[in-house]
Design a protein around this ligand. Sequence first.
Ligand SMILES: Nc1ncnc2c1ncn2[C@@H]1O[C@H](COP(=O)(O)OP(=O)(O)OP(=O)(O)O)[C@@H](O)[C@H]1O
Length: 367
Amino acid sequence: MTGSENLVEVRDLKVHFPIKRGVVFDKVVGHVKAVDGVDLSIPRGRTYGLVGESGCGKSTLGRALLQLTPPTGGEVRFDGVDLTRLSAGRLRSMRRRMQMIFQDPMSSLDPRQNVESILTEGLQAHGIGGSRDERRRIIGETLDAVGLPRWALSRYPHEFSGGQRQRIGIARALVLGPELIVADEPVSALDVSIQAQVVNLLDELQERLGLTYLVIAHDLAVVRHISDVVGVMYLGALVEEASGDQLYREPMHPYTRALMSAVPVPDPDVEDQRERILLSGDLPSPANPPSGCRFHTRCPWAQPTRCADERPVLRQIGGSKVACHFAERIASGELRPHRVTAEVVRPADEGDAPGVVSAPSEPGSYV
Ligand SMILES: Nc1ncnc2c1ncn2[C@@H]1O[C@H](COP(=O)(O)OP(=O)(O)OP(=O)(O)O)[C@@H](O)[C@H]1O
């Protein structure tokens, strides 16, 4: 233990996947820059929510954090130790302390194993629980913690509902006594009525066990209430970092503003009056990202200077960290969105959104 406040510290993390062509010799013709220079920290016992549209690199970042995908560059410090420099043996022994929960428990659980075998496998692999009785005790406590009955032990994954299967996935991670859990879209495969139960379970477990979470979601509403900090990702990089409430109240980055303007507001008067920012153009390819600010090709506020040739870094502005050269002037209203890439319309005038703006579902539905 280093006693550091942050359990996880990521510095300039990069994951570039080679694009190979050729029949006989694989020739590398380029790279998909799935994660391209990310810095983030997660204090012990806290939750970092990572949001962004499909393909922006969230899962790759989560996997690289656990070294399930080897980073191309940068550092991942876990409890003060840089995981990118560990030998395979030391990394294996660290793995028990960092576990992952997946989106679709059906595809991550072996259908031929019953629950007892699924939970025992990890314990045996990591040499936890000396005797069969001891392992049964640990497994029993874990089942209680995730709200599954003891009879579940002899059953197979297909015998459970989606929500119960996700509880098995959580139990499989929890049984090893981890400190960090990376939850990759933990509720997006579940019915809305079940989503809140699983989010609340994660919350309760954190409180009881002091767990640290990275929760990945494409929907800000899922992470808003359980996250201490939310990071918004676009094309392999973070564009904004703030508390969930701050992001809803005062999104600073143009991309976050576009995301937030797509969230329906329950009050019809507010809903009628507020501006909607509709992005045009497709998400650029991470194999060939735009120069300068990655978002400038779709940004309603893009300026002729800096945006196309100078990559902005995350910097503190009020209660948020924002990677935008012009964030202050946009926030003050001095810079107005231009119509080439944005339409600011009243909902009554609205047609189909021309661009890809992922619309989170109703805010506030997770508490
Ligand atoms: N093993 C791989 N080899 C090559 N490219 C990959 C690999 N894994 C991911 N990618 C690419 O990296 C980019 C980021 O993918 P990633 O799955 O991390 O995004 P994401 O934000 O989690 O999206 P989703 O929510 O759809 O999973 C995508 O363009 C994806 O096609």
